[in-house]
Design a protein around this ligand. Sequence first.
Ligand code: SAM
Ligand code: GLN
Length: 301
Amino acid sequence: MSGPAPGARRAATDPRPAAPETRLDAVRRLAARFAAAGIDGPRLDAELLVAEVVDPGRPDRTRLFLDGHEPLTPSQAATLAALERRRADERAPVAHLLGTRGFRHVDLVVDGRVLVPRPETELLVEVGLELPSGAAVLDVGTGSGAIALALADERPDLRIHATDVSPDALAVARENARRLDLPVTFHAGDLLAGLDAAAIGTPLAVLSNPPYVPDGDRPSLMPEVRDHDPALALFGGPDGLDVVRRLVPAATDAGAALLAIEIGAGQAPATAALLEAAGWRDVAVRDDLAGIGRVVLGRRP
Ligand code: SAM
Ligand code: GLN
């Protein structure tokens, strides 16, 4: 066997040959195991984990194809066995195993204290990129800091603030801002409570990816989401829109000129109606790459 004993539970199913396993053989074996476990994108995950043990902290999948026939060292094999178990058995997201997730042009440190940023949330950043020079932005429910920090990175002219009700999430967001050396001002609290919107500046754009999963959807969520993203980041009451229903009046009262909210499949009509009822104009829906109405936005004079 290569590496230390992988443990009795794995031994029965582990087809590793007696010779040390090569990097590419490890990718194939992990991909097959992940596929059998029902994991989405099993090959990509396998490549990322093998690349991570070969070059910790700087996983480079392309190098696997150049050096794929190199054998794993015993210590790499042991590290990989632990990552493989956490991915296949615990269904830990790859972002947790690597400790980072790329979001637009920034790498964010992520762990169980924050939602793993999703590609569709980049739509909210795109809304922010359209803002006039010098505008103020408030990212409500910033989590890892994804939206605020990606915008700060691409639009240094904007004045960017971010809030979260979770002190744990804010700790992660602040750590990301420090590591990336990006100027975002963080506030703790419920939605916009306690914020002096005038001090943040005008015109003010409120961007938010709030929790919007209906409580009853919990059993059907992928284990990576249900068991590893914080519940506070996910669930929004019986129809998922409890936080949205409070956010719309809060942004209205703060005098925001633009409000853009991420929502889930099927929630765009109800969310657009909430904005219209609160006096927002030019209410529109933007679709994600899967064609799902993902962001509802409105403007006020
Ligand atoms: N903005 C991050 C992103 O897009 O990756 C995280 C979004 S996550 C879906 C929602 C975030 O909102 C969580 O960090 C959660 O702690 C925060 N949150 C939930 N309820 C909140 C509230 N009432 N006020 C402020 N933040 C809240
Ligand atoms: N997009 C996430 C999911 O369905 C939910 C995030 C949210 O509630 N804002 O996994």
